[in-house]
Design a protein around this ligand. Sequence first.
Ligand code: ADP
Ligand code: G6P
Length: 735
Amino acid sequence: MNKTIIVSNRLPLQISIHNNNLAVNPSVGGLATGMKSVHEGGESLWIGWSGLKEEELDAGLKKKVDAAIAQENCAAVGLTGKDLDNFYYGFSNNTLWPMFHYFMEYTTFEGEHWESYKEVNRKFAETVLQHTDDGDTIWVHDYQLLLLPELIKKERPNTSIGFFLHIPFPSYEVFRTLPWREELLNGMLGADLLGFHTYDYERHFLSSVRRILRVDTHFNEISYQGRTLRVDSFPMGIDYNKFRNAAITHYKKEEAQKSDLQKRLDAHLQSAPGAKMILSIDRLDYTKGIPNRLRAFEYFLDKYPQFREKVRFILLAVPSRSNVPQYQRLKKDTDELVGRINGKFSTVSWTPIWYFYRSMPFENLIDLYTSCEVALITPVRDGMNLVAKEYIATRVDKDGVLVLSEMAGASKEMNEALLINPNNFEQIADTLKKALEMPVEEQIERNTFLQQRLERYSVEKWAKEFMKALQATKQQHHVIVSKKITPQIEQQLFDHYKKAKRKLILLDYDGTLVNFTNIPKDARPDEELYHILDTLHEQENTDLVIISGRDRETFTKWFGDRGYTLIVEHGVWLKQKDKDWQALEKLKKDWMNNLKPIIETFVDRTPGTFIEEKNFSLAWHFRKADPELAQNRATELKTVLTSLISNHELSVLEGNKVIEIKSSNVNKGRASSRLLAENEYDFIFAIGDDWTDEYMFRELPEEAFTVKVGLKETSAKYYVEDTTSVRALLNGFLS
Ligand code: ADP
Ligand code: G6P
């Protein structure tokens, strides 16, 4: 039976050791809850770090830990103290975390950290591979494991791999500053489905893929190394019923059952008429905007003194990553700010801020969520922010106001909250006032919408939707537009070739025999290619034809004395051995003078593009231009040209990073038909990579062996991945 394997940096377990005794408790975090349905259903394994350093465990203890972890259907990846320093604190939390949250000034680039990141990702891959078979589904989580999808895919291509990023994906302008940007993107592209919380993160990622790797994307699909990957947004939800039910239970508690914290909260609420509480809960992380929030609260008390002695701000900051210097500085800044503000406003009976720096049990979180009329959540950058969602879920009577930063992923789905810019103190102060004075009917109206959405799109639904999309990409792999050439098919091809009496081999040039280069003339044939072509040409009863969109002059220079048959400009000219060029089509070219100035205006406005003037066609090349700008301009140019040429016998066609205008009745299909009319072939082979080759694939008889380069929609029967595979295939004819 196929398995599902979940991989995250931390296991969903909390392990503690006291006097050599082990305690293992399931962790209650959002991810752990969300994945419960995936993890519990059928065969499933969760792989991650146990939270313990390898050095802390002697052989006996390690065995015990592994056994306890296995009991929970988990497997541990062992990390040493050095791994933690360099991989976890280093590359994960000193490079990726700050950079992906736009804290460039905190981002460090350390070669040693990067080496360790690669090493630990490899360690994770090893453990995953030990437990993985063909057909399994693997779901990798978050920024600590960006390289893992590729490492697994390389070894087990027949698995379905999903990847979800729980933090923002930054804009290309930020991401491009990373020295290891290509490696990280390639690592992620090992997945079949890539998920992000919001559409913005998704489009930032796609933009980096296009611009850095120069890989084409089509809407949310990426064709990469012969696979089609999907990228999509899946906003993570919460375990809605868990929070709602906990709140319902909470309200039923008798006085005696209440926690000490609850009693203190109640005492404040009863201390003055109209007393209210504002709550914020986060890990103590610089992305959460805690100092700004405190300053904004100070500004609020200055601007609206009528709230002094009535409103109390409860700030719960959970210790996090305290080995990283920025977190230590943040702790110090927060302590000082709280002290200063409390010192400034406190009276004998009132302190404006209650500050907790600790982790609290779940029951206390519920006490806080249910007792505070306002939640003030103001991250400067946050992938999602589940606290905002949890607060709303616990508001059983639908009252309460959420003030939420528009920089949190959650704001995209929580429009009914009061959204603020966390850097605008004026706006925060005014919004806090509005929140504290909001009529209860309005609160209920807003929260009704919010709760409906949270209930519908719970974390369980999130996980299910992701898995469903991943299964769909798996099925898509089976509906490939053409078949990959396997060694068996290759053998049939070579056998057929050997037996045939008269053979025709049609080869496209650019993108098939050679890779594209920025400037077309740089893609000249190399010695290896000449050798393959010469040897094929010398085979008995074999007509070797290079059929290309290139111009006559270039091909005369490269192949004029070689004796192969050449067809250029998509079928305008033919050259056979020892003969001169012969026109296959009679064409006009007066239209070129009219259209060229129009295309020139696009060249002027689109840096990196240029016009190639052929005898009977004009081509606008945009391979070197910024891919996004060029794509927009290409669409624009096509629209302009199509409207201009409607009465002419011209076509506008888009090739691989080129738009070409040429006579409608010239194409590689017509040209290859002419060759077929001249001779009786009992073996026909054609290979090419773009739309111009499709004419040829369609015109050739059914028995022809047609091959597309790259996994794209095609009329060809088979495909190979790249030019290297093309050369290997051609060499096969010779052996
Ligand atoms: P992040 O993932 O950046 O830490 P989120 O707001 O998305 O931020 O998630 C934080 C999670 O941690 C929430 O599910 C919240 O309930 C939980 N949490 C926050 N504070 C505490 C605490 N003091 N004790 C236990 N859990 C907490
Ligand atoms: C964020 C990250 C998680 C991480 C969590 C706690 O939510 O997206 O991957 O596990 O913070 O951070 P920690 O460094 O303690 O694992």
